[in-house]
Design a protein around this ligand. Structure first.
Ligand code: ACO
Ligand code: KIV
Ligand code: MG
Length: 513
C-alpha cells in the first residue's frame, strides 16, 4: 500500500480563516494533538506575519518531537530569516517557500514577467537552502498556471534542491480530472521529477477540495496538504480527515493510505473547533455531529439489523463510541422499541403501540425526542387518570398592556364540545379561569410548579399543580413543549382526579349518615 504523507496546515492556512486567531498556548495545544494524530509535517505558522506568530512557531517547533515543523515564507530573504529565527529550536525544521506563477498573479499582484518569477524563486530557494536541508516550494495559483511554465518552475525547484514541490489550487478553481491531469503531466514531462515529492494543496471554493486531492493521489501525488475540519481561507482547505477516511474506506480503490492514527480524528476535530471557534456543521463528512447519526425509521431498522446497511465506516474508527439512533418524527417502531429497551422498559405490543402513538404526536412538535422526553411520556402512560374533561384546543392572547385572555374548547361529559373564554391576571390564570368556567367546578389552586424535563429551546415543560375542593385534594401533571398547554393539561389532570376522588368521599359521607 502506497504511503501518503500528511502535511497539516491547520495552524497556518487554517488560521487564515476569517475571525480565527490562535495564541501560542492554543497553537501548542493543537500541535500536541496533531502529533498524536500522527501527521508527518506540520506548518505551524508564517513567522514574518507578526512577532506573535514567530513566537508561536518557535514554541511549537521546540515542543513537538515526532513531526517535521514547517514555517511559511514569501520568496524574500527577510521572510526566510524570520523562519530561521522561528525554527532554530526545531528537531526537524523545514522551510516552505512560495511564489505565485499564474498569469493573473504575475500581472496584477506581483507585477513580474515569467523570467522574474523564475529568478525570484530561484534566488529565494538558493538563499534558504544555505540554512535548511528540508525545503518545500509552492507554485501559488498553480491551478491557473500555463502547464509549460509550471513545468519550467518545477524543474528549476528540483535543480535547486527542493525536497517537496507543491502544486496548489489556491482558489479552488479546478475539477478532479483537471487537477489529476496536472500531476500526470508533471510526472511525464519534468526531468528528475522523482527526486522530489509532489504535493497536493486544494481549496474548497467549489466544494471539490477532497475530490481534487484524491485525484492528485491517483495521479502520483506523494503528499497531501490540508487542515482539520477543512478550515482555512474563504471556503477552506481540504479536510485531512476526509482524505484519510476516503483512503481507508476505499483502500482497494486507491491503493494508498496515510499513516494517521484514525482513532484520534474525532478528538482532534473537537479541539480545533473549540480553539478556533469554528463550529463544525452537523452534516460535515466524518466529523459532523450527524455523520454517524440515523433519524429515519427505515434506516434505523436497517442499522439495528446490520450496521453496514447504512454505514460505510464505523464511528469507532475515528474514536467515537457508537452510532446514534436519534428519535424524531421519521423514526419507526423498531427504533422506538430499542430505545425503550435501553431505558429498561419491555412493553407488551398494545402498550408499545399506545406509547408509540404518543411519541409520534410529540415528535411532530419537537425536532429531536430525548430520553427524558420518552421517560416523561411513559410515566404519563403509566398513570391511569380517568379523563372526565380533556383539552381539545387552546388559544391565549397576551400583551404587556392588554388583559391576558384564554379561549379553550374541552371535551367533557356533554356530547357537544364545551367552549369557554376568560380573562386573568396572567396567561395561566386566564386558562384556569376558562377551565373553571367550562367545567363548572369551583376549585382552589394550592400549588403550581414548572420545570423543564429535557434540554434545548424546544424542551418539554412539565407542570405540577395541586387543586382542592373542600377536604378533597388532587395533584395533576401536564407535559407539553408549550408551557401554557402543559399548565392547562396539569390543571385538567388534577381536576379529573379530584372528581374521581370526590365520588369516594361522597360515598363515605353517605355511609356515615
Ligand atoms: C495563498 C496563501 O495562503 S499565501 C499566504 C497568505 N498569508 C498571509 O498573507 C498571512 C500573513 N501576511 C501578513 O502578515 C502580511 O501580508 C505580511 C507581513 C506577510 C506582508 O505585509 P506587507 O509587507 O504589509 O505587504 P502586503 O501584505 O500588503 O502585500 C504583499 C506584498 O508581498 C508580495 N508578495 C506576495 N507573495 C509573495 C511571494 N510569495 N514572494 C515575494 N513577494 C510576495 C506582494 O506582491 C506585495 O508586494 P508589494 O508590497 O511590493 O506590492
Ligand atoms: C502558500 C500556498 C501553499 C497556499 O496556501 C495556497 O496556494 O493556497
Ligand atoms: Mg492555501
Amino acid at each position: 500500500m502506497r504511503k501518503i504523507y500528511v502535511f497539516d496546515t491547520t495552524l497556518r492556512d487554517g488560521e487564515q480563516s476569517p475571525g480565527v486567531n490562535l495564541n501560542t498556548r492554543e497553537k501548542l495545544e493543537i500541535a500536541y494533538q496533531l502529533e498524536k494524530l500522527g501527521i508527518d509535517r506540520m506548518e505551524a505558522g508564517f513567522p514574518a506575519a507578526s512577532p506573535g506568530d514567530l513566537a508561536a512557531v518557535d514554541a511549537v517547533a521546540r515542543a513537538v518531537k515526532n513531526v517535521t515543523v514547517i514555517g511559511l515564507s514569501r520568496s524574500r530573504e527577510s521572510d526566510i530569516d524570520a523562519v530561521r529565527e522561528a525554527l532554530k529550536g526545531a528537531q526537524d525544521p523545514c522551510i516552505h517557500l512560495f511564489l505565485a506563477t499564474s498569469p493573473i498573479h504575475r500581472q496584477h499582484k506581483l507585477r513580474m514577467e515569467k523570467a522574474q518569477v523564475l529568478e525570484t524563486a530561484q534566488a529565494a530557494i538558493r538563499y534558504a537552502k544555505k540554512y535548511f536541508s528540508k525545503l518545500e516550494f509552492s507554485l501559488e495559483d498553480a491551478g491557473r498556471t500555463e502547464l509549460d511554465f509550471m513545468a519550467e518552475v518545477v524543474a528549476m525547484a528540483i535543480r535547486e534542491g527542493a525536497n517537496v514541490v507543491n502544486i496548489p489550487d489556491t482558489v479552488g478553481y479546478l475539477n478532479p480530472s483537471e487537477y489529476g491531469a496536472i500531476f500526470k503531466y508533471l510526472k511525464e514531462n519534468v526531468p528528475d521529477i522523482d527526486r522530489v515529492q509532489l504535493s497536493a494543496h486544494c481549496h474548497n471554493d467549489l466544494g471539490m477540495a477532497t475530490a481534487n486531492t484524491l485525484a492528485a493521489i491517483q495521479n502520483g501525488a506523494d503528499q497531501i496538504e490540508g487542515t482539520i475540519n477543512g478550515i482555512g481561507e474563504r471556503a477552506g482547505n481540504t479536510a485531512i480527515e476526509e482524505v484519510a477516511m476516503a483512503l481507508e474506506t476505499r483502500s482497494e480503490f486507491f491503493g494508498a493510505k496515510t499513516g494517521l492514527v484514525l482513532s484520534e480524528i474525532s478528538r482532534t476535530s473537537r479541539l480545533v473547533s473549540k480553539l478556533t471557534g469554528m463550529v463544525v456543521p452537523g452534516n460535515k463528512a466524518i466529523v459532523g455531529a450527524n455523520a454517524f447519526a440515523h433519524e429515519s425509521g427505515i434506516h434505523q431498522d436497517g442499522m439495528l439489523k446490520e450496521k453496514t446497511t447504512y454505514e460505510i465506516m464505523t464511528p469507532e474508527t475515528i474514536g467515537l463510541k457508537e452510532s446514534k439512533l436519534v428519535l424524531g418524527k421519521h423514526s419507526g417502531r423498531h427504533a422506538f422499541r430499542d430505545k425503550l429497551s435501553d431505558l429498561g422498559y419491555d412493553l407488551p405490543e398494545d402498550e408499545l403501540n399506545a406509547a408509540f402513538a404518543k411519541f409520534k404526536d410529540l415528535a411532530d412538535k419537537k425536532k429531536e425526542v430525548s430520553d427524558e422526553d420518552i421517560l416523561a411520556l411513559l410515566e404519563e402512560r403509566l398513570v391511569n387518570t380517568p379523563e372526565v374533561f380533556s383539552l381539545r384546543t387552546l388559544y391565549v392572547t397576551y400583551g404587556n398592556e392588554a388583559t391576558p385572555t384564554a379561549k379553550l374548547v374541552l371535551n367533557g361529559p356533554p356530547e357537544e364540545p364545551i367552549v369557554a373564554v376568560a380573562e386573568g391576571n396572567g396567561s395561566v390564570d386566564a386558562i384556569y379561569n376558562a377551565i373553571d368556567q367550562a367545567t363548572g367546578e369551583e376549585v382552589k389552586l394550592d400549588d403550581y410548579s414548572i420545570k423543564s424535563v429535557s434540554q434545548g429551546k424546544d424542551a418539554q415543560g412539565e407542570v405540577h399543580v395541586i387543586l382542592s375542593q373542600g377536604i378533597v385534594a388532587a395533584a395533576g401533571r401536564g407535559l407539553s413543549t408549550d408551557i401554557l398547554e402543559a399548565s392547562a393539561r396539569a390543571y385538567l389532570d388534577a381536576l379529573n382526579k379530584l372528581i374521581e376522588k370526590r365520588k369516594t368521599y361522597t360515598k363515605r359521607e353517605n355511609a356515615h349518615l
